[in-house]
Design a binder for this molecule. Structure first.
Ligand SMILES: NC(=O)c1ccc[n+]([C@@H]2O[C@H](COP(=O)([O-])OP(=O)(O)OC[C@H]3O[C@@H](n4cnc5c(N)ncnc54)[C@H](OP(=O)(O)O)[C@@H]3O)[C@@H](O)[C@H]2O)c1
Length: 331
């Protein structure tokens, strides 16, 4: 019998996540039956949605991981094979391949051969965050060459990819990120204007960088930033509402004005999305992103931290901006 470790949500999040929200538990995995395999986590993803999503106290914290098959009674998943799946914050998982329909939420995939690229990219630029950027931006903003695009969270996994895709499409790109180091990196990716939102006056910066207004706004941040950004949209602009990281930890209601009258008067097209709506089209998005990486048109960064035992601290540091590019935990 082998043991698995799992991080459990011990108490409901209230404000910023803290140590007492997390509990590490151990579980015995049963002996393998026909069609089953056991895999060990190699890379685990920590993402802002783990804070935003409501899930029951006592359950394993949600999340995707890349894992290696270590024992197998399934001919489709032999020992050594790399898989990716939403198995949560668990160090070891038993998968019953004969029962995958019932385990649909696992979204089990084999990690494709990425050549010289690290398999952790399956959790980043060639995985969910990359697909969020690719489909969430291209499908909802419908950018055209020559248009002006605004993206916040620009040094993060999603935002850094959105800005580069916008450049590939011939747009002028304005990015906002939270430190000089992050802004320097974002600028090196080819963004036309980059501002540190912790120091710059957001409205003044937007007026300077986009005197004629913004056509497409990809919003990772929400809150006060968005209230200000809306005022700089052109008539008939398009907004892809991806996330609201500035308000995930909020304990008080917002005091800034409601944005809907601006949306009305500027006749903006605003659409929210959950990236899984394009699950069936992921292969197309991943192939295009891989091609752009191979051609040197898309660059990526990862912040890789060690230790399954450190997952809560790594997750909490992500929410405070400790990452450049995708935050990954190496088990
Ligand atoms: N709709 C979907 O299906 C979908 C899918 C994936 C992700 N998302 C959303 O996309 C956004 C980005 O996700 P990601 O995975 O790429 O995360 P990320 O940007 O790699 O990491 C989070 C970043 O948020 C920034 N941040 C934290 N507090 C902030 C604040 N008050 N104001 C502005 N920025 C703040 C930090 O960077 P700074 O140092 O720059 O502050 C931090 O590094 C999140 O809102 C996430 O929920 C949505």
């Amino acid at each position: 019998m082998v043991k698995a470790k799992k991080w459990i949500l011990a108490t409901k999040f209230d404000g910023e996540p803290k140590d007492s929200n997390f509990k590490l538990e151990e579980e015995d995995l049963p002996a393998l039956k026909d069609g089953e395999f056991i895999c060990d986590a190699v890379y685990l993803s920590v993402d802002p949605y783990m804070r935003a999503h409501v899930f029951p106290v006592g359950s394993v914290i949600i999340g995707e991981q890349v894992a290696r098959v270590t024992e197998s009674k399934s001919k489709d998943y032999p020992v050594g094979c790399l898989v990716q799946m939403y198995a949560g914050w668990s160090s070891r998982t038993l998968v019953d391949t004969k029962n995958l329909k019932a385990m649909e939420t696992l979204h089990l995939l084999k990690v494709p051969d990425l050549g010289k690229l690290a398999p952790s990219l399956a959790l980043g630029v060639l995985g969910m965050p990359g697909m969020t950027a690719y489909f969430g931006f291209l499908e909802l903003c419908q950018p055209k060459a020559g248009e002006t695009v605004l993206v916040n969270g620009a040094a993060g996994a999603v935002g850094s990819a959105v800005g580069q895709i916008a450049k590939i499409k011939g747009c002028k790109v304005i990015g906002f990120a939270g430190s000089k180091e992050k802004c320097d990196w974002v600028k090196s990716l080819g963004f036309d204007h980059v501002f540190n939102y912790k120091e710059a006056d957001i409205s003044k910066s937007l007026k300077e960088a986009a005197p004629d207004g913004i056509d497409c706004y990809f919003d990772n941040v929400g809150g006060d930033f968005t209230s200000k950004a809306l005022q700089h949209m052109k008539l008939f602009g398009r907004i892809s509402v991806c996330g609201g990281i500035s308000i995930y930890n909020a304990t008080q209601p917002r005091l800034t004005p409601d944005p809907f009258m601006t949306i009305l008067s500027k006749q903006l097209k605003v659409e929210g999305f959950i990236v899984m709506r394009w699950w069936a089209k992921y292969p197309e998005g991943k192939a295009e992103m891989k091609k752009w990486i191979d051609e040197g048109k898309i660059k990526y960064r990862e912040t890789v931290k060690d230790g399954f035992e450190n997952m809560p601290q790594i997750f909490m540091s992500l929410l405070k901006g400790a990452n450049i590019g995708k935050m990954i935990v190496k088990a």
